[in-house]
Design a protein around this ligand. Structure first.
Ligand code: NAP
Length: 283
């Protein structure tokens, strides 16, 4: 019986069902994780269904911010980033949590052995993913976080939220048209986090002028997208250590699994599940 779901709009492309069921199966718990297309206007009704029928939910675009308002209660980290990608449902109480930040933090350790504490980051993007992960990084001791984003106001809102948390992390905005500032920042940062949707489509432009990247730069590049984007191709060409979003998805899903079951998931089984064709049982 389906007791866990991933919901989104769209959602058919999601790799979470195969990945999560691989973890459930390796604990002898069958395949209780399905998929459901939920439109934004259907979200309140879905919450009432989930309250009585489900034990856990993962939420993807565009539900993360609204879910933070609909949950009965939020964990501290979900409150801090005002975003929810995981619902934990016990005795009719819906708790919202955000595992994107810890997922990215662990992916950076896995891919580059890079801790967050004391390090500088340049985020391209200021949408839901950038918000949840950058706020988590500030709370986890990042020294400096700079943002590049098409819409400056969204980055400024995240910066204000981080400043209000008084973490001691220095934050700022860079206009991508100001090439000298961006070039200087690329020499200062430890890691670029690509968190825009640019790269999902093959003909998307790069998130910034890639000619600013140089072979001898002391940084690593993480693209939250699972594909071999133009940014990742350029980084590989220059010999800059780089990784796509697969490990972040695995690690954020693994954290959801721990919250639901209290058990340690088999990460290798989840990685193998990720490689299977996307989608799952509709419920
Ligand atoms: P979102 O809230 O819709 O934000 C989209 C971001 O992309 C915003 O910063 C937006 O800029 C920017 N953008 C979109 N189209 C653009 C364009 N034509 N030119 C310039 N900037 C553009 O989405 P999200 O939830 O943050 O997701 C962002 C990315 O993270 C997606 O690619 C998603 O696949 C990835 N992600 C990966 C994982 C993982 O586990 N690997 C988890 C979550 C998300 P504006 O603010 O100017 O609109």
């Amino acid at each position: 019986m389906i007791k866990y779901l991933v919901i989104g709009d769209p959602v058919a492309h999601s790799r979470s069902p195969k990945m999560q069921n691989a973890a459930f199966e390796s604990c002898g718990m069958g395949s209780p994780y399905g998929i459901r297309h939920v439109k934004p206007e259907e979200l309140p009704e879905f919450f009432e269904y989930a309250r009585t029928h489900l034990a856990g939910v993962n939420l993807t675009v565009p539900h993360k911010l609204r879910a933070a308002e609909l949950a009965d209660t939020l964990t501290l980290r979900a409150k801090q980033c005002k975003s929810v990608n995981t619902l934990i449902i016990k005795e009719g109480l819906i708790t919202g949590d955000s595992t994107d930040g810890v997922g990215l933090e662990r992916a950076l350790m896995h891919n580059f052995d890079l801790p967050v504490k004391g390090k500088s980051f340049l985020f391209a993007g200021a949408g839901g993913a950038a918000r949840a992960t950058a706020i988590h990084f500030a709370c986890a001791g990042a020294k400096r976080i700079m943002f590049l984003n098409r819409t400056a106001s969204k980055a400024l809102e995240i910066i204000e939220d981080i400043d209000n948390l008084q973490t001691g992390c220095f934050c700022g905005f860079i206009d991508s048209k100001e090439r000298e500032f961006l070039a200087a920042e690329l020499k200062n940062t430890c890691c670029i986090i690509q968190a825009t949707s640019l790269g999902l489509k093959d003909d998307d432009p790069a998130p910034f002028d890639l000619s600013l990247l140089e072979a001898n730069m002391q940084l690593v590049i993480f693209d939250t997208i699972y594909k071999n984007t133009k940014l990742l191709q350029k980084a590989a060409e220059l010999g800059i250590p780089c990784a796509g979003g697969k490990e972040m998805l695995i690690q954020q899903g693994a954290e959801s699994f721990r919250l639901w079951t209290g058990m340690e998931p088999d990460l290798d089984a989840m990685r193998a599940g990720f490689e299977l064709p996307p989608g799952g049982v509709e419920a």
